[in-house]
Write a protein that binds this ligand. Structure first.
Ligand code: FMN
Length: 251
């Protein structure tokens, strides 16, 4: 089993140590191979906000670097860990740049066979939820199996420390157990709404955003699935609704 750990801290300290702990739990419980990808060591340039990836398509990004090599690594891993320290109530800038460089995936998701674990390390409990939300978005389409917050506050008492280690172990094992099961993608209500919004809007914005139009015009849903009557009805109703809302300028 191949696990890719993407780490955005430039130092090998709290975030790295937390991943090392997870790795040792995993190695005791499964035959897995770890690959570490440090965002300060890869060639991933800073997003310049040109919108080309969102509108014309990711191939029009003017930055030439390892963006697509990283995507291939994510897609060929059985499980991906996204790990960032909490910097001012959010992920650190390297992780935020990583998320922004792949923001076209929020428009045109593709990680439907991927399983993610997200990890935030922090000095206190504040801002962990906010940082976690940003990482969950990066898993565009993929399933986030485990979410872990690790606090390194020096004032933490032993009871809290033990509780945190127990939770980390539980989440690490949950991730491995999930990877041992065959992957079955089940669309959530949120996925159906997400698809409906983008499909409806892509029709209205074909000229401004041809990449979205091309992606959605080819599909009845993100992945080929036998959707139930109820799911198909949700897609139809919400596409019609979002189309109208978009035309009158409300979405
Ligand atoms: C610039 C900066 C901002 C930080 N902001 C927060 C914060 O808002 N909340 C928090 O709990 N910890 C904050 N911290 C503490 C780090 O999240 C924490 O020490 C983390 O575990 C460091 O991980 P690392 O050793 O892998 O770099 C901040 C640290 C730095 C350097």
């Amino acid at each position: 089993m191949k696990i890719l750990a993407i780490i955005s801290s430039p130092r090998k300290k709290n975030t790295y140590n937390a991943i090392k702990t997870i790795e040792s739990i995993h190695k005791k419980n499964c035959d897995c191979e770890y690959e570490y990808l440090f965002l300060n060591k890869v060639d991933l340039k800073n997003c310049i906000g040109c919108h080309q990836c969102l509108t014309r398509g990711e191939d029009f990004c003017p930055l030439k670097d390892d963006r697509d090599i990283i995507i291939d690594k994510i897609e060929s891993a059985d499980g991906v860990i996204l790990a960032s320290p909490n910097h001012t109530m959010n992920v650190n800038w390297r992780m935020k740049n990583f998320i922004d460089r792949y923001s076209y995936l929020m428009h045109r998701p593709r990680f439907f066979n991927q399983r993610f674990m997200v990890l935030i390390t922090s000095g206190s409990y504040r801002g962990v939820k906010e940082a976690m939300k940003a990482l969950v978005l990066m898993g565009s389409g993929g399933k986030v199996i485990s979410k872990i917050g690790v606090t390194n506050s020096p004032g933490m008492n032993n009871r809290k420390r033990k509780k945190q280690s127990k939770k980390l172990k539980k989440e690490a094992i949950k991730f491995i157990n999930n990877m041992n099961k065959p992957f079955v993608y089940k669309p959530s209500f949120g996925d159906l709404i997400w698809f409906s919004v983008f499909k409806a809007i892509s029709k209205e914005t074909e000229k401004e955003a041809p990449a979205d139009y091309e992606y959605y015009s080819k599909r009845n849903f993100f992945v080929k699935l036998d959707l139930s009557f109820g799911q198909r009805s949700i897609l139809k109703i919400f596409q019609a609704l979002f189309s109208v809302l978009n035309r009158i300028g409300l979405v």
